[in-house]
Structures are given as C-alpha cells and as structure tokens.
Design a binder for this molecule. Sequence first.
Ligand SMILES: Cc1cc2nc3c(=O)[nH]c(=O)nc-3n(C[C@H](O)[C@H](O)[C@H](O)COP(=O)(O)OP(=O)(O)OC[C@H]3O[C@@H](n4cnc5c(N)ncnc54)[C@H](O)[C@@H]3O)c2cc1C
Length: 343
Amino acid sequence: MDAVWDVAIVGAGVAGLSAARELRHAGRSVLVLDKGSRVGGRVSTRAVGGARFDTGAQFFTALAPEFVAAVEAAHHDGAVAHWYDRAPRRDGHRNLAVWRGADGNAALPRWLADSLVDADEVAIHTGVRVTSVAQDGGRYRLTADAPDLPDVHARSVLLTPPVPQALELLAPSFESTATAELAEFTYHPCLALLVGLSEFPVGVFNEHGFRRPDSPAIEWIADNVTKGVSTAAEDVAAALTVHSSATFAVEHLSHDDSSVIDAMSDALRSVMSGTGIRDSRDAGRVQLKRWRYARPVEFCADRYAEVAPRLLMAGDTFAGPRVEGAFLSGLNAARRLIAEAVS
Ligand SMILES: Cc1cc2nc3c(=O)[nH]c(=O)nc-3n(C[C@H](O)[C@H](O)[C@H](O)COP(=O)(O)OP(=O)(O)OC[C@H]3O[C@@H](n4cnc5c(N)ncnc54)[C@H](O)[C@@H]3O)c2cc1C
C-alpha cells in the first residue's frame, strides 16, 4: 500500500476507536491496527458454550458530556443497556447510571467501530500486531507482523496500547525525557475465571447479579445471566466472571493455567460456601483469561502524551483507569492531532 494515511492508530480499544471517530469527523484518513481478533481490547466479551461472559471491564459510567452523548447514541441504537443506578455517595454526588453492553460490554467498542465502517477514509484491521514505529523522512513508518500488509506510512501516529507495550514499539531514536517518564508507568494485572454453573448459587449476589467479596484473592464476581448479558440455557443457570485481586494476580500470573484455576477455584469455593456449589470445576465449564495490564497503577493528569511531533500516546493511563477515561483520552489526542494539522 503506497497510500500515506493522515493518522495511523495502534489499538482498537475504546481509546483508539474514540480517536478514529473524532478524526473521521474532521475528515482525516485513519488506519486502525489491532493485534486482537476483535476490536475492544480490555472491553471484551467471550462466548463459552451457550453462555456469554464479560471478561474485562464489567460496566461503564459516563459523566463527561462527550462520553454521555456517545453512550446515549449507543443506547438509542440498542448497543448498550442500563444495568442499575449507583446509590448516591456520601459527598452528595448524584445517582450515577451504570451501563453494560446489550449482549456484553464488547457491544460498545463494536458500535464505535461500526459507526466508522461506512467511511471510505477509515480502515480497521484486526489480527495485525504492529512491531515497530520509526521516523521516515517527515512521516512515520509502521511495520506489522501481517504478511499481507506492507509497511504503513502515516503523517501522524497515535499509540493506544498500555504504555509498556506502546514503548516497545518505538525505535531507539525516540528515547527522550518523555519516554523515560512514561517508562515509569506500571499496571495491576488481573486473572479472570469464567465459570458456567448448572445450578444457580443462591445468596451469592446482590439483586443486580454481582458481589465484591471480602476475600484476599477475589475482588469481584458477577453473574452474566442476572446482568442480562447471557441467556440461561438448560445446562447454564449462571455464567460467572470472577476477577482476582491484583495481589493474587501478581503471585499467580506466571503459573500455568491449571494451577491458577485450582487456586481461584479454592478461593471461589470459600466465597460461595453454603450455596451448594462445591467447586467451580465440579460445576461446569471453566476458562481463564489473563490480563497482564489490567489497570494502570498511576495515571497521568494529562489526557495524552506527546512523544515526538505528531506521535502521541493515549489510553486509560492518561484520563482515568476506566472505559470513560480511555474514551476521553482518545478523543483529546485526536483533537490535538487535528489542531496540529490546521495550525
Ligand atoms: C479485569 C478488568 C476489569 C475492568 N473493569 C472495569 C470496569 O468495570 N469499568 C471500567 O470503566 N473500566 C474497567 N476496566 C478498565 C477498562 O477496561 C480500560 O480502562 C479500558 O478498556 C482501556 O481502553 P484502552 O483503549 O485505553 O486500552 P485497551 O483496551 O487495552 O486497548 C489497547 C489495544 O491495543 C492493542 N494492541 C496492543 N499492542 C498492540 C500492537 N503491538 N499492535 C496492534 N495492537 C496492539 C490491544 O490488542 C488492545 O486492543 C477494567 C479492565 C480490566 C482488565
């Protein structure tokens, strides 16, 4: 491909897609590349057997007008649904709607991507891992591990993977104070166990279908059936997403799947004791998803980072460790690139 794109975006998570949308509105040509098989990144829904599980982000909230507008438009199109309202906080904060994807949270990034497919000047390629970004004259050249995709040339680049992964892509010539500061950013990992139960565990969840147990190993359990993401089937009465604590994930990340599943099953069994479920493995299908970079430990007050002229980094590290933060970071980085091209 000899074309020079206005902007090449690495990552089709919420930050990358939000940026692509804004750039498209401003008439820019945009190429989005993601190594995953689907768009969404850490907003991911997996089908296992007859059940559906949100594996990463469990819900999203919207406060900033730009994200509220996007969520309301997605709601209007049937891509997202209201899950429940958060109780008012003691500080008097108003009730906050808690949203979920209509058939799992991946519906939100899918909706963002679908709103781009009609645009001639936008392309999204999944299953393409970018391996390097280098300067090439006054432009940037991206190399990917996809045999069918020749090097990509772009006037501007936006990197949206978690910061350590984004830094790995940069040629040594980009080393600067900015990259040294970015190299300090770290992330909490999380291990997600997906469990299909043939029997509903009575007394485990609140009315909305989740629980934050008092457990050193498990931070969150949600039933995707009660949540409305998965339908119940004959052999699936409950479809649990079980998120480990960060401490547990740090201790177990390097262990093989079978020992992680055993350890999480033990922890789950103690959380669910008295519910009739003896062991997640007794109960049905079990899968494990590893999130090495689940959530940023520290985050940056700036909405994006400028690594070099027209080479930016965005993502939840820059505007808050949430879906909304990722959306706003992508949006602001796109606006910066748009302003740069105009000035
Ligand atoms: C377990 C878990 C629970 C969470 N719970 C919540 C929650 O309840 N509510 C909430 O608001 N937020 C939650 N979050 C956080 C939320 O998911 C993130 O803040 C948000 O999705 C980050 O989006 P992003 O676009 O910044 O990054 P990502 O979603 O990580 O997107 C980056 C993309 O870059 C791609 N990529 C990486 N390297 C390359 C490469 N070399 N080449 C091509 N592509 C590449 C990845 O495949 C990925 O798709 C949770 C996250 C996790 C993991």
